[in-house]
Write a protein that binds this ligand. Structure first.
Ligand SMILES: Cc1cc2nc3c(=O)[nH]c(=O)nc-3n(C[C@H](O)[C@H](O)[C@H](O)COP(=O)(O)OP(=O)(O)OC[C@H]3O[C@@H](n4cnc5c(N)ncnc54)[C@H](O)[C@@H]3O)c2cc1C
Ligand code: SF4
Length: 509
């Protein structure tokens, strides 16, 4: 029998991934490829590229050890066709194959490329998620708006995670109100375990240094896990040392503390090195053993079986044009400070700094600092989306786009969130120690020393008054504005205009 090609992509590094489950070890050839098209379409952070290539190479070695025939193309292979489609054609010729099996990619662009490919394709749904496309559509059908909270409850019932019979553990579905503590002085979290690069990773480090050294982001020190046993060690460490305080300080931001009590597991979960449900069961077991409180464990599990599954459902339900939406008509270019350019805003300096060092930032830095600023300033959501996709090691379009285009930029017009996530400097002052060392004054509301978030907050709300004044959750904000002194209002708006003009002129803000 002629072999079929079995495509395994860089975020499908799970030995039970659908295409491998459906394949025949004695007949088929696994195709894995490091291709230029995927590394260049946005300028990925060098740490992200090293992580993916090293984890792919090690996965291929494990498959070979299990008896699979693997055709692996390295980036610097002179025969490398440079794209997934091209590599499939090359391997089809080499092995005389006319059919291929693939697990559905997490990006419309690649799904379309596979569907248009001349080889006969069997595309299998990625069953590493709790909620299938059909199940999400059934849940979403007929609802006026999609809200994560109700979806999440379905997932709790489905998985029986933190359930007490048919009731939620502790009598509540959601303990979020306990999870918004600002950081006390000196708050410090455990440092996630670091893994010394092995010879496979060293070789990739060299390749990436040569080929992608000019991309934004620090390559060294490289410490990510690149195989399942290491990712499991990172999970063990998180459960033992960070999970107990994950809830309390989930939204906190502290200078010099890149990770606080976050798990730093998304990079491993999204690539297939860790199974999301296993991660949640481990967290639940820690709660049941009295090792972590309910607010922490519920909050953590909600991120995975709630938000993670919900945004995926939205991405696939909304269709291929989702990442290009721009409901608010924002057109400003992404300021240079996002690529490491100088800024006087301490919060942005910190959030971009950890992004550059670690290809990581935690949720509140992404949402309420870099995302909030881009939204307030009216940056084109396409540029914002491409930035997040490039700079974070955990970024794949199915999860990044709904978080950026939807949750953070409101560019989907309210599919992911019912109102825009915007705030003045107050929120950042409450949740971080950033403002204490900032050039701007967070309490200053106008004038050259005013915190830019304070100025742009009102500018944004006024620009979009027609859209948001009718939102029941936002009416009060507009009434507050209307009650302010007229001269004060005029000055705030004029200061905001000046600030935006300086941003556009490329001045340091
Ligand atoms: C603008 C923006 C862009 C984002 N882009 C991505 C992305 O490309 N990839 C990505 O995995 N997450 C993304 N997120 C969600 C979230 O910020 C990251 O999942 C989280 O910061 C990863 O760090 P962690 O593993 O320490 O998470 P923790 O805080 O420890 O959370 C635990 C786990 O929950 C999951 N999770 C938490 N929040 C979300 C969420 N909103 N959506 C999906 N899963 C979630 C992740 O798997 C994470 O590992 C984005 C958020 C925003 C606001
Ligand atoms: S004062 Fe404003 S710009 Fe400065 S750190 Fe605080 S929120 Fe950021």
């Amino acid at each position: 029998m002629t072999p079929r090609l079995v495509l395994v992509l860089g975020d499908q590094l799970t030995s039970s991934v659908a295409a491998l489950k459906a394949a025949d070890k004695t007949r088929d050839v696994v195709v894995m490829a490091e291709v230029a098209a995927e590394t260049h379409y946005v300028p990925h952070h060098p740490k992200k590229i090293v992580f993916l290539f090293a984890a792919m190479r090690k996965f291929a070695l494990r498959l070979k050890a299990e008896g699979w025939r693997v055709a692996y193309s390295r980036l610097d292979d002179p025969e490398n066709a440079g794209s997934i489609g091209g590599e499939l054609l090359r391997r089809a010729e080499e092995f005389g194959a006319s059919q291929m099996l693939a697990t559905e990619p997490g990006e419309w662009r690649l799904i379309e490329a596979l569907n248009a490919h001349p080889l006969e394709l069997q595309l299998l749904e990625d069953d590493r998620f709790l909620c299938s496309h059909a199940e999400f559509d059934t849940w979403a059908e007929g609802r006026k708006s999609l809200r994560m909270e109700f979806f999440y409850r379905e997932m709790r019932r489905k998985t029986a995670l933190l359930m007490d019979g048919d009731q939620p553990e502790g009598g509540q579905w959601n303990f979020d109100h306990d999870n918004r503590k600002g950081p006390p002085k000196g708050l410090a979290g455990p440092v996630p375990p670091r893994f010394e690069p092995d010879p496979v990773t060293d070789e990739v480090l060299e390749l990436v240094e040569t080929r992608f050294g000019a991309h934004f982001g620090d390559l060294y020190p490289f410490w990510f896990a690149t195989e399942p046993s290491q990712a499991e060690a990172a999970l063990d460490h998180f459960i033992a040392h960070a999970l107990p305080r994950f809830g309390d300080y989930q939204d906190a931001m502290v200078r010099g503390q890149d990770f606080l009590f976050h798990s730093v597991l998304s990079v491993y979960i999204n690539s297939g090195l860790l199974d999301p449900l296993t991660v949640c069961r481990r967290a639940e077991a820690a709660y049941r053993a009295g090792q972590a409180p309910l607010n922490a464990v519920e909050g953590f599990i909600r991120q995975i079986i709630g938000w993670r599954e919900f945004v995926r459902g939205v991405y696939f339900r909304e269709g291929p044009g989702y990442a290009g939406r721009n409901a608010l008509g924002h057109r400003r270019r992404l300021p240079a400070l996002y690529w490491g350019g100088d800024t006087d805003m301490r919060c942005l300096k910190e959030a971009v700094g950890v992004t550059r060092r670690e290809s990581y930032a935690h949720h509140i830095q992404r949402l309420m600092v870099t995302g909030n600023f881009a939204l307030l300033a009216g940056v084109d959501p396409r540029e914002v989306h491409e930035w997040y996709l490039a700079v974070y090691a955990d970024a794949y379009e199915w999860v990044e786009a709904p978080n950026t285009v939807g949750m953070s930029q409101f560019a989907d017009g309210g599919v992911v969130g019912s109102k825009p996530y915007v705030s003045s400097g107050n929120y950042i002052a409450k949740m971080s120690d950033y403002c204490q060392s900032c050039t701007y004054g967070v309490k200053v509301k106008r004038g050259p020393d005013a915190c830019p978030f304070n100025l742009l907050y009102w500018h944004f709300l006024l620009r979009h008054r027609t859209r948001f004044a009718q939102n029941p959750r936002m009416g009060q904000i507009y009434r507050t504005w209307d009650r302010m002194d007229e001269d004060h209002r005029a000055e705030v708006l004029a200061d905001a205009e000046r600030l935006l003009a300086r941003l556009d002129a490329g001045e340091v803000v």
